[in-house]
Design a protein around this ligand. Structure first.
Ligand code: DAH
Length: 342
């Protein structure tokens, strides 16, 4: 008797595998799961089953029914038909697609912008109020814009193939790479405009960094460039502190620490206090400095006449501080529960 069920299971499975259209699926349903179908037929056999086998038989037959029902539903979805269960609930025994148009629909979840996009919009708004225009540049760059014009000489460690995503032979004539910094855009802007200049530019940058709570191999930067006569370090400091206060609130702890970059002199790093792993600590959010005369020379500006400051900040890190996110990786996992919580 139990064998009869197994036989039926095999038969039904191979029949379902052959189904390729919704009419065939409906025929399958009638044949196996309908009121006069094979499963019903099995139940009819129950009375002939020896008494001690009845529970096992009943269980097995029911199990098969459930299995076929879910296989049927899965197939229905795969064939592009919606779920039938709601239609059947309100239209017992009827055939064909049944939709109860009086039932409330399934609300479509309202989408929202990703935190990175929102942070970019926020910071552009802040810099916009300070008078900065928006510039852009390509993600695939050449050596000149990513290194040479930025006063990064040949064989400088920043050019190391292990530190960059080269797209062509790094020792070839004019290698291309995924830009490692948005400072490239400073050069592109200065090459085609005369001072005074006041621009910010946002975009993706790429570095083969090991992923951890504060590092990722692709991230976003905002680059700033201000060129005019008699620009000073005070202008730079004021701009960055004002920016940080506008982004994080007046109480945010920020500081500038002396540093080194080939394209600025003097140079500094901007830090902000952030709670990571239950502990308040300083997190570096970017670099800045006074544009090095060598950079002005590379783009044909007279360094005696023009002065300027520049900065490059990590947008993910700005977002982490602003939205209290302790791990940069969460920004790219695209777990809807995380994204929805902002
Ligand atoms: N490009 C640097 C980086 O990716 C950041 C930076 C430092 C940008 C100093 C600047 C600057 O414009 O002046 O680490």
């Amino acid at each position: 008797m139990l064998e009869r069920i197994e036989q039926l299971e095999q038969e039904a499975e191979s029949a379902l595998a052959k189904v390729s259209a919704s009419e065939e699926l409906e025929a399958f349903r009638v044949r196996y799961l309908g009121p006069k179908g094979a499963i019903k037929g099995l139940m009819g056999l129950l009375k002939d089953v020896p008494r001690e086998q009845k529970p096992a038989f009943g269980q097995k037959a029911n199990g098969l029914r459930q299995k076929l029902e879910s296989a049927l539903e899965e197939r229905r979805q795969a064939l592009g038909g919606g779920s039938a269960s709601r239609g059947e609930a309100s239209g017992k025994g009827r055939r064909g697609p049944m939709i109860d148009i009086t039932e409330p629909g399934i609300p479509a979840g309202l989408g929202r912008r990703h935190i990175i996009t929102r942070t970019i919009n926020d910071l552009l708004e802040v810099f916009g109020r300070m008078g900065f225009d928006v510039a852009t540049g390509p993600e695939v760059e050449d050596e000149w814009h990513n290194f040479t014009a930025l006063n990064i000489p040949p064989r400088h460690p920043a050019r190391d193939p292990l530190e960059n995503y080269y797209l062509t032979d790094p020792d070839g004539a004019n290698p291309f790479l995924l830009r490692s910094q948005t400072s490239t855009i400073q050069i592109r802007v200065m090459e085609k405009t005369r001072p005074p200049i006041r621009v910010v530019a946002t975009g993706r940058v790429y570095r083969p960094d090991e992923h951890d709570a504060t590092h990722y191999s692709m991230f976003h930067q905002v680059e700033g460039l201000y060129v005019d006569r008699k620009v000073s370090m005070v202008d730079l400091k004021t701009t960055l502190i004002q920016f940080a206060r506008a982004m994080f609130g007046a109480e945010a702890d920020v500081k500038l620490v002396p540093s080194y970059f080939p394209f600025t002199e003097p140079s500094a790093e901007l830090y902000v206090k952030i709670e990571l792993g239950g502990k308040w600590q300083w997190m570096e959010i970017g670099g800045c400095g006074m544009v090095d005369p060598a950079v002005f020379e590379a783009v044909g500006y007279d360094p005696e006449e023009w002065s300027g400051f520049a900065f490059g900040l990590g947008i993910e890190r700005l977002a982490m501080r602003k939205y209290n996110i302790p791990d940069i990786r969460w920004l790219f996992e695209n777990d809807v529960r995380f994204l929805k919580s902002f």
